[in-house]
Design a protein around this ligand. Structure first.
Ligand code: GDP
Ligand code: MG
Length: 163
């Protein structure tokens, strides 16, 4: 049975880049422009000997718009409910934002296994931002770089621990 993994978080943190890496194919649209609205995407993936069923989610940048925030919440909650474990991705170079905290809150309320990924951490650039994430109360963040493939062994170990 594959492990169902939902990749969630605010726009532009690198969710689709990680999804593509784990899927081994260019399936999800990676966009330099934040705020592009897209549906959930599904793909088979693999990390080491771990079979994954991946769910990529699109975020919505303009959360001052109530209908957009509701949509963002709804699709994130759907993905979490479909998954065995959710990976909350944030941008460790930027550090935690209010929107990251909203996602953390959504995850805490669902009461399902959660891992936190401090992405864009290549070359130690995310060390400071990663340390900030401890306040989320969702466990020690895993420092990764979806783009450069760093931290994949740590991600694998973390996934095994919840699988
Ligand atoms: P999403 O909106 O969360 O799906 O984010 P994307 O995967 O579309 O990536 C948003 C931007 O972040 C793109 O410009 C990516 O090239 C960049 N990005 C993604 N992963 C990394 C990473 O590990 N390191 C760095 N430096 N940039 C990344
Ligand atoms: Mg995306």
């Amino acid at each position: 049975m594959p492990l169902k993994l939902a990749i969630v978080g605010r726009p532009n943190v690198g969710k689709s880049t990680l999804f593509n890496r784990l899927a081994g194919r260019k399936l999800a649209l990676v966009d330099d422009q934040p705020g592009v609205t897209r549906d959930r995407r599904f793909a088979h993936g693999r990390l080491g000997d771990l079979d994954l069923e991946l769910i990529d989610t699109a975020g919505f940048e303009d959360v001052t718009d109530e209908s957009l925030e509701a949509r963002m919440r709804a699709q994130t909650e759907l993905a979490i409910d479909e998954a065995d474990v959710s990976l909350l991705v944030f941008d460790a170079r930027e550090g935690l934002t209010p929107l990251d905290r909203i996602f953390a809150e959504i995850l805490r309320k669902r009461n399902k296994p959660v891992l936190v990924a401090a992405n864009k951490s290549e070359g130690k650039a995310g060390d400071h931002g990663a340390a900030e994430a401890n306040v989320l109360g969702l466990g020690e963040p895993i420092q990764i770089s979806g783009e450069h493939g760093e931290g994949m062994a740590e991600l694998y170990a973390a996934l095994l621990s919840v699988a």
